[in-house]
Design a protein around this ligand. Structure first.
Ligand SMILES: NC(=O)c1ccc[n+]([C@@H]2O[C@H](COP(=O)([O-])OP(=O)(O)OC[C@H]3O[C@@H](n4cnc5c(N)ncnc54)[C@H](OP(=O)(O)O)[C@@H]3O)[C@@H](O)[C@H]2O)c1
Length: 255
């Protein structure tokens, strides 16, 4: 199939290896994204907060393509050092996959105000501050892209998740606004909203609740890390005419 004329005229990824920073890239969905991008031949900076060993295990498989970087959503200094480390090693940053997130359940009536704001600040504030720090480097890429990992609960809400779901919903507003701010510079900003995926984050959810979620999902099953990872890679680098979109990867749970 020939390339559409509009795409031929569009700036193509410059020569060299596309370089991506995946936050929370050491475990769960982020580790899946790391593996998917490595398989696609990318350089991947794997953000970890405290689990360096997991990140090192990913590096051991393909040391020339993977570099662990310490990054904590709640510590703006680590955003600056993570971006600086990537630029030092590879001299470029083409994409962010803002996957790191922290879940803390609780109904509004059960959560004190301090904890409630902490979850919002950590999840939403972390995404905003790393993006702000990385933007100058991204703007030097020929195909800069940001994928914000939200959640199905940010789209449809979920009882017992008011703080987390608020943060995930706000990320959608953040991404769409940023898409409007940076579209003219060629930056694509998209949101991925996964459904229930089996990871450490969801390990405490009882079997009966999992079964209930599977039953209310059109595909009648939970998601696999690899499926979410492919959707993230699609938004990051295949979806070249998509910006400001929210891609639900939830087996039809949200409709
Ligand atoms: N699993 C699901 O069903 C589901 C559904 C919808 C959306 N999501 C979203 O998908 C993303 C990944 O979830 P997951 O299930 O893969 O989580 P996970 O298995 O708990 O893995 C979390 C990853 O994020 C890192 N991380 C945790 N807290 C961090 C912090 N404060 N700062 C920086 N990094 C931090 C962890 O690094 P360390 O090992 O160093 O702590 C780890 O690499 C999250 O944003 C989550 O909200 C998940």
């Amino acid at each position: 199939m020939s390339t559409p004329a509009a795409l031929q005229d569009a700036p193509s990824a410059r020569s060299g290896t596309r370089t991506v920073l995946v936050t929370g890239g050491s475990r769960g969905i982020g580790a899946g994204v790391t593996k998917e991008l490595v398989a696609r031949g990318r350089n991947v900076a794997v953000g970890y907060r405290s689990g360096r060993e997991e990140a090192e295990r990913l590096r051991a498989r393909t040391p020339e393509q993977v570099m662990p970087v310490q990054y904590d959503l709640g510590d703006e200094r680590t955003a600056a050092s993570a971006v600086a480390t990537v630029l030092e090693r590879w001299g470029r940053l083409d994409a962010l996959i803002l996957n790191a997130g922290q879940w803390r359940g609780g109904r509004l009536s059960e959560m004190d105000a301090q904890e409630w704001w902490r979850i919002i600040e950590l999840n939403l504030g972390g995404v905003a501050s790393l993006t702000r720090t990385a933007l100058p480097a991204l703007l030097r890429s020929d195909d800069p892209s940001i994928v914000v990992v939200s959640s199905v609960v940010g789209v449809i809400g979920h009882a017992g998740d008011t703080a987390y779901a608020s943060a995930k919903a706000a990320m959608i507003g953040f991404a769409r606004s940023l898409a409007k701010e940076t579209g003219r510079d060629g930056v694509r900003v998209n949101v991925l909203a996964p459904g229930f995926v089996d990871t450490d984050m969801t390990a405490q959810v009882p079997a009966s609740a999992r079964a209930g979620i599977a039953r209310s999902t059109l595909l009648r099953r939970l998601g696999a890390v690899e499926e979410i990872a492919r959707a993230a890679a699609f938004l990051s680098e295949d979806a070249t005419y998509c910006t400001g979109t929210v891609l639900s990867a939830d087996g039809g749970w949200s409709i």
